[in-house]
Design a binder for this molecule. Structure first.
Ligand SMILES: CC(C)(COP(=O)(O)OP(=O)(O)OC[C@H]1O[C@@H](n2cnc3c(N)ncnc32)[C@H](O)[C@@H]1OP(=O)(O)O)[C@@H](O)C(=O)NCCC(=O)NCCS
Length: 295
């Protein structure tokens, strides 16, 4: 089922487990699953393929051998609602497995972009396979949002080294957005663009945990944007979203400014983030009301 370059993939099949915080032995990662969580999930996982015996290497571009990406895959496994599949893989040259129709989307792109695009499409197909979707080309609309196969939806993100995708049947999920960033600090010149003044009161508390509030705003807002754009189809500025973080749950809630410019509407969904010294990841998902993971 998996290509040779995809290491972590899985699917949630039943009730979600708990979203945990870093344990004593896992201080460097904020948002990682607690050891007490035993959700019932299936799929090919890092544990299944014996990664526990691998020597973890922070510089590895193999997600199964990279501790930061391992924590991301374990984190997804714990909190994603039923019906979601995911996959991650390294960004390498994957021209051999590329779909011809998709290649037209990157015809004139530089090699780096071609590689990240192909890796994203590859892991997206593997996430889709986890939820029962046969391999097919994933084209894109002019605004770059992927055109998912009929009956499915998902989200793709790339960092410098890794591509990550979440996919789900649309009968179980309304919206999915994910964003992965390598650099846990935001360029200081962008802080005032990304963060609203009424969000910044949370910065000191997050800083105590080694988390850059501005970067967390960035990654969570990008995830929310990816989740809602495919339906709303309107551009969004960072200041139009207001994010509030819940520690120690490592969850977030989000509101969107209404057209009147003064009032705000809560976006009902599940937002989670994970921070460790080398990456930051956030996802925002909106289950269908019939999904047992929606409470
Ligand atoms: C879409 C956007 C969020 C991508 O984020 P990024 O950090 O540059 O890149 P990532 O690797 O995380 O994600 C890129 C992937 O997101 C997906 N994507 C791109 N545009 C999208 C959109 N409009 N809706 C949903 N998904 C989109 C694509 O799959 C893309 O990869 P691909 O082109 O290889 O298929 C960003 O580039 C963008 O367009 N921003 C403008 C809107 C914005 O940021 N507003 C402020 C936030 S509220």
């Amino acid at each position: 089922m998996f290509g040779p370059q995809a290491i972590g993939a899985g699917v949630v099949t039943r009730t979600p487990g708990c979203a945990g915080t870093g344990s004593e032995s896992d201080r460097a990662t904020v948002g990682s699953p607690t050891s007490g969580c035993k959700p019932d999930r299936t799929g090919t996982t890092l544990a299944d393929i014996g990664t526990a015996e691998l020597e973890l290497n922070a510089n590895s571009s193999d997600p199964g051998n990279n501790p930061a990406m391992q924590s991301v895959l374990g984190w997804l496994r714990v909190w994603l609602p039923p019906g979601c599949g995911w996959a991650a893989g390294p960004i390498t040259d994957r021209a051999a497995g590329a779909f011809a129709d998709e290649e037209q989307l990157i015809g004139k792109s530089v090699r780096k972009r071609r590689n990240e695009f192909r890796a994203g499409r590859d892991v997206a197909r593997q996430a889709l396979a986890q939820v029962g979707c046969a391999p097919t080309a994933i084209l894109a609309r002019p605004q770059r949002d992927p055109i998912w196969p009929q009956g499915f939806l998902g989200s793709i993100t790339h960092s410098e080294r890794f591509a990550l995708a979440i996919a789900a049947p649309s009968r179980l999920m309304q919206a999915v957005g994910v964003d992965l960033e390598d650099d846990p600090k935001l360029d200081r010149r962008l802080v005032s663009i990304v963060c609203r003044a009424d969000e910044r009161h949370q910065a000191p508390k997050l800083a105590q945990l080694g988390i850059d509030h501005a970067k967390l705003c960035f990654v969570t807002k990008e995830a929310v944007f990816k989740a809602i754009f495919p339906q709303q189809r309107s551009a969004l500025e960072f200041e139009q979203l207001r994010v509030s973080f819940d520690l120690p749950e490592c969850s977030f809630s989000v509101s969107i400014r209404n057209a009147d410019g003064d009032t705000w509407s809560h976006i009902a969904g599940i937002g989670r983030f994970l921070c460790n010294p080398t990456l930051l990841v956030a996802a925002f998902v909106i289950p269908q009301s019939s999904n047992p993971g929606w409470s």
